[in-house]
Design a binder for this molecule. Structure first.
Ligand SMILES: Nc1ncnc2c1ncn2[C@@H]1O[C@H](COP(=O)(O)OP(=O)(O)O)[C@@H](O)[C@H]1O
Ligand SMILES: [Mg+2]
Length: 402
């Protein structure tokens, strides 16, 4: 484009001063080429603006892609390793979509470490997009491209409901923090870990309040008798603390699971439709809330513990399709509290406060930070394994005295 315009100017001047018709032809040609290129450029900008919702974001995407490219070139050892005479530049594309940003990077020889690329991307975001960081990193199956999803992770996302009306009223849906509402039918079971005072019970209280407001059937396993006050307005038979009561309640739940399986099987036959779930049939969700599961387990005999684990295993394995969900809190994610067979079934995992690398690996399979985590903050992961743990903020239910 720049070349075409330069030729256009030079040839125009030559025509003007020397009056040679040969230059007039060149000038006309350059004019046409310039116009075509200008139209092409304009189309590119329009398409880019549409893809990135807005011309400003489009230019931001070009700028950010450039920053990432530079950062990759600065830190990558690929060209040195390969001793290449020309420097290969990876293709980088940045695209805005809603409140997320996608980054695509073509994979060059020697660029095998996706984590290193992620660090370069994280450090490249600046200006008003400084708070964005990679939350998902995927290498394409054929191995030619990395794709990253970035979200605003720096901004405080504490959920602060002002009134009961701010609590979601739809069964199955739970708001865990600002901008994060999950559907239990999709992400059924949840674990919250953290030291005493890190905010576990508060996380549960937020969930409980939402379940009460949307008429979910709640059952409480109450290791520290923090929920006993609910018995003023809630059947006390659904709030248990003693070992025998806990096991009895869970036995009941597993019986309900079997009943519901039968209801769904009948419905599948009647509608001749496979794969129906409790969610599809609009069954009332049953949520088993267990707080301080560790102290419950610690107080059980070996036989009781075995039974307890067997019941919980049933719930996490069969609960989803019949809308029976398990949400537990305990101080430690170690297997002496709940065995790996149960731990691996939690689709939502939250680890609050500072924790050792070992604890982080137990919770998420990866170590996230070696630094301190602020009070009432932590990390969470939902679903897939390619997703990196993200910042979690314990809801603030006290600000407006809920
Ligand atoms: N987001 C928050 N902001 C301010 N205070 C909080 C927040 N979350 C919890 N707290 C307070 O911190 C204390 C400990 O929280 P709690 O949920 O009981 O922790 P845990 O169950 O992990 O021991 C409680 O007094 C609670 O009121
Ligand atoms: Mg607690």
């Amino acid at each position: 484009m720049a070349v075409a315009i330069l030729v256009l100017i030079v040839s125009s001047l030559l025509v003007k001063f020397l009056n040679i018709s040969f230059f007039a032809d060149i000038r006309n040609l350059a004019l046409i080429v310039s116009l075509i290129l200008a139209v092409a450029e304009l189309i590119k900008i329009i398409v880019g603006s549409m893809q990135n919702d807005g011309i400003f974001k489009y230019f931001w995407s070009l700028y950010l892609a450039d920053c990432i490219r530079k950062s990759l070139l600065n830190t990558m050892d690929i060209n040195i390793v390969k001793n290449a005479p020309i420097i290969e530049v990876p293709a980088v594309e940045v695209e805005f979509s809603d409140d997320k940003i996608k980054v695509y990077v073509s994979k060059l020889a020697g660029m095998s470490d996706i984590d290193k690329v992620r660090e370069d991307i994280d450090s490249s975001f600046r200006g008003k997009y400084k708070a964005y960081a990679v939350v998902e990193a995927i290498a394409s199956i054929n191995g030619v491209e990395f794709s990253f999803t970035l979200e605003d992770v720096g901004t405080d996302r504490t959920f602060i409901p002002k009134t009961i009306n701010d609590l979601v009223k739809k069964p199955y849906f739970l708001t865990l923090q600002k901008g994060l509402t999950i559907n239990l039918a999709k992400y059924p079971h949840m674990a919250v870990w953290g030291r005493t005072g890190s905010g576990k019970t508060t996380v549960l209280m937020n969930i409980i309040a939402q379940c009460f407001s949307n008429d979910t059937d709640l059952l409480f396993i109450d290791g520290k008798t923090e929920f006993s006050s609910f018995s003023i307005f809630y059947p006390s038979s659904k709030i248990v603390t003693d070992n025998a009561d806990v096991l009895n309640l869970l036995k009941h739940v597993t019986a309900t699971i079997m009943e519901r399986q039968k209801i769904i099987a009948d419905e599948v036959k009647r509608r001749k439709k496979l794969g129906l779930t409790g969610f599809d049939l609009g069954l009332k969700p049953i949520v088993v809330i267990g707080d301080e599961i560790g102290s419950i387990v610690a107080g059980m005999t070996a036989k009781e513990k075995k039974q307890f684990v067997a019941y919980l295993t049933q719930i996490v394995q069969k609960g989803r399709s019949v809308s029976v969900f398990l949400i537990v809190a305990s101080q430690s994610p170690a297997v002496d509290v709940l065995p790996n067979g149960i731990r691996s079934q939690f689709s939502t995992k939250i680890l609050l406060g500072s924790a050792s690398g070992d604890i982080q690996r137990m919770a998420f399979d990866v170590e996230i930070t070696d630094g301190d985590v602020a009070r009432f903050q932590g990390y969470y992961i939902i679903g897939g394994t390619s997703v990196l743990p993200q910042k979690y903020f314990v809801p603030n239910l006290f600000k407006y005295g809920l």
